[in-house]
Ligand binder design. Structure first.
Ligand code: SAM
Length: 177
């Protein structure tokens, strides 16, 4: 994995409505090389689902829920995080990616419901992944893929119980412990 510390922060998690999409966001963050994902609303079952994935597939990806987003953003900025807000209204990713790759810590903000104006103002970069509306999951995947330049295919997740052995057809799983 690259040396940039990456935290993804998702605004407006609604446990009853967003179960699948928030899980997918956390799974994409994990698989594509972010280190943590934070959600505003407390949701222990989301934390548990991701902990189970870590236990099976390895790595130390962390999910925090019940986070006060505004204070978390302020604190992260004080600690030197560069704030990247993914929004269809922002500047296209290809124009910014080189500059963003030069940072050591990134806090990546994504919405779900409409985000507060504060996000656009606090962001060091408002970044669009095309200027068409789509999804925070897709936006995050493309952002991290560009950031890592495809290196996510080489990531190793240590300490898991199982590992997938890529195969042409069917499913092969190595049981490690
Ligand atoms: N109209 C909404 C808004 O206010 O941005 C779109 C919400 S969209 C369902 C949820 C989130 O997906 C957005 O807050 C943003 O983080 C992300 N997103 C959607 N389209 C995007 C795009 N083209 N580029 C970057 N991020 C995008």
């Amino acid at each position: 994995m690259c040396k940039i510390k990456i935290i993804v922060l998702r605004y407006g998690h609604r446990p009853s409505r967003d179960k699948r999409v928030s899980t997918h966001l956390a799974l994409v963050a994990r698989a594509f090389g972010a280190h943590e994902a934070w959600f505003d609303t407390k949701d222990e079952s989301l934390e548990r689902r991701i902990a189970q994935v870590n236990e099976a597939f390895g790595g130390s990806f962390a999910v925090k829920t019940g986070v006060d987003l505004m204070s978390a953003i302020k604190e992260a900025k004080k600690e030197g995080f560069c704030v990247v807000h993914l929004t269809m209204y922002g500047i296209p990713l290809p124009q910014l990616i080189e500059e963003i790759r030069g940072k050591s810590k990134l806090l990546v903000l994504v919405g779900g419901p409409k985000v507060p104006r504060y996000f656009y103002e606090v962001a060091d970069y408002n970044v669009s992944i095309t200027n068409q509306p789509h999804s925070e999951v897709a936006a995050l995947a493309v952002f991290l893929d560009w950031l890592y330049e495809g290196d996510e295919f080489n990531f190793k997740f240590e300490g898991g119980r199982i590992e997938i052995e890529p195969c042409v057809r069917g499913k092969k799983i190595r049981v490690l412990r």
